[in-house]
Design a protein. Structure first.
Length: 77
């Protein structure tokens, strides 16, 4: 038996796209940006996968909810 433990992969923290670009507000009319934060079924992708910070993730959630209410985005596929 091996006495060494298996090495764990280190997690590389992603940089928030909105913080990097200096965005103060996430617009619900920006369809391509919101589409990139949705998965195939129309669910909002998690912060771990997209790399957005908590502040901008909450803004993105509100913007997606508004776009869905206005009929610009589908609720589910």
């Amino acid at each position: 038996m091996s006495t060494t433990s298996p090495q764990k992969r280190q997690h590389v923290k992603k940089i928030c796209h909105f913080c990097k670009s200096g965005a103060k507000y996430v617009d619900y009319k920006d369809y391509p940006l919101m589409k990139s934060h949705l998965d195939y079924f129309g669910n909002i992708r998690k912060r771990f996968h997209t790399g957005t910070c908590l502040r901008h993730q909450k803004m993105l959630k509100t913007a997606i909810e508004r776009a869905r209410f206005m009929g610009m985005l589908a609720y589910r596929k």
